[in-house]
Design a protein around this ligand. Structure first.
Ligand code: PEP
Length: 243
C-alpha cells in the first residue's frame, strides 16, 4: 500500500496541555510531512486538542483528534462519554477494544462491536484493536483469536460500502509496552489475513519507536502505526516526516 500512512498517537493516561502545545509547535515549524496523525490524548484534554489543531482541517499534514474509548450506548451511564458528545466537540476517531480495556475492564468482542456501532452512528472512524496474547501465539492460535475478535464486526465491513467504515489496529498484546516487535514479515502476514477478512486498512501497534517506525511502515500491507510510549517523546513528530 503506497501513499501517506497514518500515525495514531495513543497517549493513554499521559500528556498535559503543555505536551499538546509542544507537539503543535513541532509540527508547525519542523514538519514536512509524509504521514498523517490522529492524536488520542486523555478524554479531559480532547476539546483542548481539537482547538489546538483546528487549523489542520484544511492543510497537511492531516491531523485529527481521537478518543481512546467511547460509550457503547447513548443512554445515561455515569462516567461514560457518548459518541454524540465526542462528535459535538470535534473528535473524529475513536480507539475501541484496546487490549488494556479488554483485559482490565473485561470488554468482550460483543461490547466492542456495540461501541463500533455507536461511533459509526456519529460518523466517527473507529480504530478497532485486535491481537493475540503471548500464550495464544505460542499455542499457534493467533489467527483464530483475531478472527474471533473480528467476527461480531462484519456490519462495519460490508462490500457495498465504498470504503471500509473502520480501521483495524493489529496489536499483539505481548509487544505492547515491550522492547520487541514481531518480524516485519509476520506483521505483513497477519495484516493480509485481516485485510482479506475485512478489506479494512490495517495499522500495526506494539513497540513502535522512532527507530523502527520507517521500516515498519515500509513493510507490505501496513497502512500506519499505533504508537504508545514513543508518542510522548519530544521527537515523536519525526514519525510524520519519515526522518
Ligand atoms: C499501545 O498501548 O497501544 C502501544 C502500542 O503501546 P507501545 O507503543 O508503548 O508499545
Amino acid at each position: 500500500m503506497e501513499g501517506r500512512k497514518l500515525v495514531v498517537a495513543n497517549w493513554k493516561s499521559n500528556g498535559r496541555k503543555l505536551l499538546i502545545d509542544n507537539l503543535n509547535r513541532a509540527v508547525c515549524t519542523d514538519c514536512d510531512s509524509i504521514n498523517d496523525l490522529v492524536l488520542c490524548p486523555p478524554a479531559a484534554l480532547l476539546a483542548y486538542a481539537v482547538s489546538a489543531f483546528a487549523d489542520y482541517a484544511a492543510r497537511q499534514p492531516f491531523i485529527r483528534i481521537g478518543a481512546q474509548d467511547c460509550a457503547a450506548y447513548e443512554t445515561n451511564c455515569t462516567g461514560d462519554i457518548p459518541c454524540s458528545v465526542l462528535a459535538e466537540i470535534g473528535v473524529s476517531y475513536v480507539i475501541i477494544g484496546h487490549s488494556e480495556r479488554r483485559r482490565i475492564y473485561c470488554e468482550s468482542n460483543e461490547l466492542i462491536a456495540a461501541k463500533v456501532r455507536a461511533a459509526l452512528q456519529q460518523r466517527q472512524i473507529p480504530i478497532v484493536c485486535v491481537g493475540e496474547s503471548l500464550q495464544e501465539r505460542e499455542a499457534g492460535r493467533a489467527f483464530e483469536v483475531i478472527k474471533d475478535q473480528l467476527a461480531p464486526l462484519a456490519f462495519a465491513f460490508q462490500p457495498s460500502q465504498t470504503t471500509p467504515a473502520a480501521l483495524i489496529a493489529y496489536e499483539p498484546v505481548w509487544a505492547i509496552g515491550a522492547q520487541q516487535t514481531p518480524q516485519y514479515e509476520e506483521i505483513s502476514e497477519i495484516h493480509s489475513f485481516i485485510h482479506e477478512l475485512t478489506w479494512a486498512k490495517v495499522l500495526y501497534g506494539g513497540g513502535v519507536t522512532i527507530y523502527n517506525c520507517n521500516d515498519i511502515l515500509r513493510a507490505n500491507n501496513i497502512s500506519g502505526v499505533l504508537v504508545g510510549r514513543s508518542s510522548l517523546a519530544p521527537d515523536f513528530y519525526k514519525m510524520l516526516t519519515g526522518s
